[in-house]
Design a protein around this ligand. Structure first.
Ligand code: NDP
Ligand code: MG
Length: 386
């Protein structure tokens, strides 16, 4: 094993973040080595990636695909595992330095907990893990001396602005939001939007779930909660500003009134590379931003009356306990339902709010409480959609 390189496990390597992470690693083979790749059911791409990057192990969460993956990789010395439990166990391998969590939703929680307990650094794309169980994850990370490096572009921006500011308290942060495909739209138009319209993001090419979350502003809501945990902030210290060009990725305001912003073209490879390479800035050939080609950077207030999810996320954050876990569970169910044409765009917020009101409140949740809250939240949401 080459100890001069960082050995990376990519959970969700076949997704939008996962494939871009592999591009970053491929361009920097002197710095990184792929240790583990995982997919849910896209066996074909997982096999292709494994043959190219030669990881130590791969995991396919869908057990029905095990034979196919094993068959294709059988003649190599790549270990092949299947099932959800393997996903959580594989992160404990001795050879891993950093685990990039690029799974979608609640499924990231258990593997992230295990990776932290095994003292692996975390490059965190899977924001839902912090939304579901931020109290537990941050406490575990502290206890194990584990660093969590943000991959989400806004949080990477804040993190980059904080370099060298260790002793200077944050007064406030501004998370920027593109506003998504429906920026400026009102309820009368939103009531009948289709999934095809919602899946067309103006600035970013991402997985389906986060693209719908961006259209409904839930993504920004989840990011507000993610920021609270990553940077130890209070609700009133986190603000959202709509910035349709997605050039300024977020802003920190310090106690002397000075503001630092991080900017660049919208390209997830940059925050992925920063999280994997920290503290080093690795030379890249990503396209550079040109001021003259984009002379106008604009800012607006988010319309939280039309896009209620952002207010619901603030509400969940201020209630604390397990409420954000309910918000996340209900959101996962409604997004899935919206993608199957079973629920309208605006109805998603109604279901989420209803679930938040009906679920059992737990003030100081344990891991088991989060598991049962997630189940209850999903059940309530499913009942409301029927
Ligand atoms: P994708 O849907 O593109 O990819 C998800 C990956 O996780 C795939 O490899 C998928 O496997 C795997 N996966 C999904 N569900 C499960 C499951 N239940 N069990 C095991 N594996 C699973 O998502 P993204 O890459 O867009 O997003 C990943 C995370 O990063 C999300 O939390 C998102 O919010 C966050 N993020 C994404 C950004 C982006 O630009 N895409 C930006 C900022 C944050 P398979 O291919 O087999 O389905
Ligand atoms: Mg983001």
């Amino acid at each position: 094993m080459d100890k001069t390189k960082k050995h990376v496990a990519i959970l969700g390597s076949t997704g939008s973040i996962g494939t871009q992470a592999l591009d970053v690693i491929e361009a920097n083979q002197d710095l990184f080595e792929v240790e583990v790749l995982t997919a849910n059911s896209n066996s074909e791409l997982l096999i292709q990636q494994a043959l190219k990057h030669k990881p130590n192990a791969v995991v396919i969460a869908n057990e029905n695909k095990y034979n196919e993956v094993k068959g294709a990789l059988g003649s190599s010395d790549i270990k092949v595992y299947a099932g959800v439990d393997s996903l959580s166990q594989v992160v404990e391998m001795d050879t891993i330095d950093v685990v990039l969590t690029a799974l979608v939703g609640y499924s990231g929680l258990k593997p992230t907990i295990n990776a932290i307990k095994a003292k692996k650094s975390i490059a965190l794309a899977n924001k839902e893990t912090l939304v579901v169980a931020g109290s537990l994850i941050t406490a575990l990370a502290k206890e194990n001396g584990v660093n969590i490096y943000p991959v989400d572009s806004e949080h990477s921006a804040i993190f980059q602005c904080l370099v060298g500011e260790f002793h200077n308290p944050i007064e406030k942060i501004y998370l920027t939001a593109s506003g998504g495909p429906f920026r400026g739209w009102k309820k009368d138009k939103l009531i009948s939007v289709s999934k095809q319209q919602a899946l067309k993001h103006p600035n970013w090419d991402m997985g389906a779930k986060i693209t719908i979350d961006s259209a409904s502003l839930m993504n920004k809501g989840l990011e507000v909660i993610e920021a609270k945990w990553l940077f130890g902030l209070k609700e009133e210290q986190i603000d959202v500003v709509v910035h349709p060009q997605s050039i300024i990725h977020s802003i920190v305001q310090f106690e002397d009134g000075s503001m630092k912003a991080q900017m660049g073209l919208p390209d997830m490879k940059l925050p992925i590379q920063y999280a994997l390479g920290y503290p080093q800035r690795i030379k890249s050939n990503f396209p550079r931003f040109n001021f003259v080609e984009c002379p106008s950077l604009t800012f607006e207030k988010p319309d939280v009356e039309t896009f209620r999810n952002l207010s619901l996320a603030y509400k969940a954050m201020s209630k604390g306990g397990n409420v954000a876990c309910v918000l996340n569970a209900a959101n996962e169910v409604v997004v899935e339902a919206f993608l199957k044409d079973k629920i309208g765009f605006l109805e998603m917020s109604d279901v989420i709010e209803n679930c938040m009101e009906k679920s059992t409140f737990v003030a100081v949740p344990t891991y088991d409480d989060f598991v049962s809250t997630n189940e209850q939240g999903r059940m309530l949401a499913n009942e409301l959609i029927k």
